[in-house]
Ligand binder design. Structure first.
Ligand SMILES: Cc1cc2nc3c(=O)[nH]c(=O)nc-3n(C[C@H](O)[C@H](O)[C@H](O)COP(=O)(O)O)c2cc1C
Length: 179
């Protein structure tokens, strides 16, 4: 297997499910994947880059501009990886990606890549079923991006509905299929 096929870029967004990305990193590392993480500003309100850096054993990327030197990160990061996974993906990043925005490191990396992109949404059920979110999801599917979840169940906000991050094992199986 090529080195890039063992490298995963994991985008982590500002969802209450961000803590589950820790379990995803651990599971992928046990399967000998290299996991390089990009955190949005909002993601850092939920978990720290230090936690992610420690679990992934890699530098964590958070900022488009401070890491921009002779080696623009939004190009070089995506070239190193076999796949870009966004878990958890918020309604907001789905909206930004669907409109082709590149206003932070994660959206810039996704817009610049030709690698497979797997989006794993997690949000309140009404946010997910909102026609605007659904339209954004359709746009991204038409653009070739893949989705897994969200799943039905109890949500962090105390409601029941469709919005839970897909099961970590299912995400790992999907990554293997796409890489
Ligand atoms: C406590 C709390 C929990 C949140 N959970 C979610 C969530 O699960 N899914 C979601 O789409 N947005 C959630 N949000 C809103 C996002 O954090 C917000 O839309 C943010 O701008 C997303 O930024 P990002 O997509 O760049 O990470 C939550 C906000 C707060 C304050």
């Amino acid at each position: 297997m090529k080195e890039e096929d063992k490298t995963i870029i994991l985008g982590i967004c500002g969802s209450i499910a961000a803590y589950k990305s820790c379990e995803l990193i651990r599971t992928l590392k046990k399967k000998n994947y290299r996991v390089v993480c990009i955190m949005t500003d909002s993601a850092q309100q939920f978990i720290t880059p230090l936690t992610i850096q420690t679990l992934s054993c890699e530098n964590v990327y958070t900022d488009l501009f401070s890491e921009y030197c002779s080696d623009p990160k939004h190009i070089s990061l995506s070239k190193k990886a076999g796949i870009i996974v966004i878990a958890p993906a918020t309604a907001d990043i789905i909206a930004r990606l669907a409109t082709g925005r590149a206003n932070d490191l994660l959206t810039s990396v996704v817009l610049a890549t030709k690698k497979p992109v797997l989006i794993c949404p997690a949000m309140n059920a009404n946010m997910w079923s909102n026609p605007l979110t659904q339209e954004n999801v359709r746009k991204l599917i038409n653009a070739g991006h893949k989705f897994i979840g969200p799943e039905k169940g109890e949500l962090a906000c105390g409601e029941e509905g469709c919005g839970r991050l897909a099961d970590i094992e299912k995400i790992v199986i999907k990554i293997k299929q796409l890489i």
